[in-house]
Design a protein. Structure first.
Length: 282
């Protein structure tokens, strides 16, 4: 006989997926209970979070797929031993940004994976000379003695994204007060209107994106100008450029035209005065 809580969880997934247009898969494996409760409290007004088991979520999402095409594709995105589903009304990118901003920095623990490249910056430390220099060296940190204290000589990459953090490295990072981890709700993928958005798509660098669009616009404009392609942005400038070039040709070849007559007369007068001066004529 199926437990009542399992049946309720399946029904909750179906009901909430009808109420909320956006459904996200979370991995809460490294999220302490206190932080989870705090974030649930802060987000209660805008989202609904339910935790459970992958096999039970799978049944609920397959049932929900009758009304929401492709929502069952979220099943294969679930990872870790503590998956959860988040239901929201924000669009996927707004939701991802909101949850990323709510994260807090935390020390690294042995066995965790580096969320990004971890670099220890060059500079002085509070360590006294001793075995610590060898410990730093063993994790790839170049160090020496400066003014009676251990000093890190150069920026040092101690872990690449995805590397498992060793106990020694975790201890050194904590002693250096470097907090490379982030505590928060980790979104794996988000569903909306039949589409699945993975983390790699959602984590957009907005400033870089705007710079790319601006640069692409500049390149397109320059190409259109060079190739003589008339658009709403280039037509007026191209006409102005053509006018300037035609005027320059008329002036250099002494071609009489309305636009250059005053300048041709002025040019002729300058040439007459030059001849007169050269010939010493009164």
């Amino acid at each position: 006989m199926t437990a009542d809580w399992k049946l309720k969880l399946v029904k909750d997934v179906e009901h909430l997926s009808k109420e909320f247009p956006v459904v996200a898969v979370l991995n809460m494996e490294s999220l302490p209970l206190a932080q989870l409760q705090s974030m649930r409290s802060k987000l209660r007004a805008s989202v609904k979070i339910i935790g459970g088991r992958k096999n039970i979520f799978s049944i609920g999402l397959k049932n929900a797929a009758k009304h929401h095409p492709n929502i069952d594709l979220l099943i294969e995105k679930m990872e870790g031993i503590m998956p959860a589903l988040l239901f929201a009304k924000d669009n996927p990118f707004t939701l991802y940004k909101k949850l990323e901003k709510s994260k807090t920095d935390a020390p690294a623990k042995a066995g965790q994976k580096a969320p990004k490249d971890i670099i220890v910056p060059a500079g002085p430390t509070g360590f006294a000379p001793g075995p610590v220099i060898g410990e730093l060296s063993s994790v790839g940190i170049k160090a020496g003695i400066d003014a009676g204290k251990v000093s890190i000589k150069a920026d040092s990459l101690v872990a690449k994204e995805g590397d498992v953090i060793t106990p020694l490295l975790a201890g050194i990072l904590t002693r250096l007060n470097i907090k490379p981890m982030q505590i928060g709700l980790n979104i794996v993928a988000i569903y909306e209107n039949g589409s699945i958005y993975e983390k790699s798509v959602l984590s957009v660098d907005e400033k870089q994106f705007i710079q790319n669009i601006t640069q692409a616009s500049t390149w397109a404009f320059n190409l259109a100008m060079d190739a003589g392609i008339m658009t709403s942005e280039t037509t007026e400038l191209m006409i102005q450029k053509a006018f300037r070039e035609a005027k320059a040709v008329a002036l250099s070849q002494n071609i009489m035209a309305d636009a250059v007559i005053p300048e041709l007369l002025a040019k002729a007068e300058r040439e007459v005065m030059a001849v007169k001066s050269e010939a010493n004529l009164e």
